[in-house]
Ligand binder design. Structure first.
Ligand code: ADP
Length: 251
């Protein structure tokens, strides 16, 4: 039995190592694109020195690429922390109203630039047990996606609900939607639905894998409903934490 346990341990170690190697290879590949683009664009700026319009255009693209690069680095750090061997933050009661407020604030500038209004509704005063930072990152990723994949002048709704010991946070958009055949893959690391479809959003393909990890480490789950051209609803479910038996208040 001891030998069997050792063999199982080795197999598990090898599998973990393979996943890690795969991740590093993917990250390196993803980093190469924006780094290469920034290098080419800086050469172009040099060559176009006497054409101020062209310099401005190249500089703007450099800004977009470097934003993408910093988002990628930040998400890789988040994801590797979630997958790493670090002990999880000791769970504490997390007030959802504050989580949602921060998540909405994070996307406020992007939303305003497309005249998208983000509204919240549902049950106030709910709490879950876990890591404030991780749950905020998860909800912020869902809101950022809802804004990124919506047309201008639309609305994004963040709704909370409490049922049977669980709390549901739904992020509803009226955006481009996700084709049925792609739904199962969007939670994979680096997976993006037809990148050409929304090149301008400059996503990383890591946001939803972060959400999935946060849901799993908190004993919850993430579900999605979507129809192409109509919109998507992502629902994050987390175990409810009641304090002094006081439930949330519905508005
Ligand atoms: P990304 O950084 O590309 O947004 P994610 O992991 O967050 O990466 O999402 C993976 C893919 O799922 C996206 O590239 C996009 O194609 C699709 N997706 C995610 N959220 C939405 C949404 N609200 N509406 C439409 N498509 C979405």
């Amino acid at each position: 039995r001891l030998v069997l346990a050792l063999v199982e341990d080795r197999t598990r170690e090898r599998r973990v190592e393979a996943v890690r190697r795969d991740f590093v290879a993917n990250v390196s590949h993803e980093l190469k694109t924006p780094v290469g683009a920034i290098r080419l664009l800086s050469e172009a700026v040099h060559e176009a020195a006497d054409d101020p319009e062209a310099v401005k255009r190249f500089a703007n693209r450099m800004l977009t690429e470097s934003d993408r690069l910093s988002r990628l680095v930040q998400q890789v750090i988040e994801l590797s922390r979630l997958q790493g061997d670090d002990p999880p933050d000791s769970p504490a009661p997390v007030p959802l109203d504050h989580v949602i407020e921060v998540a909405i604030d994070t996307s406020a500038i992007d939303a305003a630039s497309k005249r998208i209004s983000i509204v919240s509704s549902g049950t106030r005063g709910l709490q879950v047990l876990g890591s404030d930072e991780q749950i905020t990152a998860a909800v912020a990723n869902l809101v950022a996606n809802a804004v990124a994949y919506s047309e201008p002048d639309s609305t994004v709704l963040v709704a909370t609900k409490q049922t049977d010991g669980v709390v549901e946070i739904s992020v509803v958009d009226q955006g481009i939607g996700i084709p049925n055949r792609e739904i199962d893959r969007i939670f994979e690391r680096f997976y993006r639905v037809d990148p050409a479809r929304h090149r301008s959003t400059g996503g990383t393909g890591l946001g939803l894998s972060i959400v999935k990890h946060v849901a799993a480490t908190h004993g919850g789950d993430i579900r999605v409903w979507s129809a192409e051209g109509q919109g998507s609803t992502f629902t994050l479910t987390l175990p409810h934490h009641s304090f002094n038996g006081i439930a949330g208040r519905t508005y």
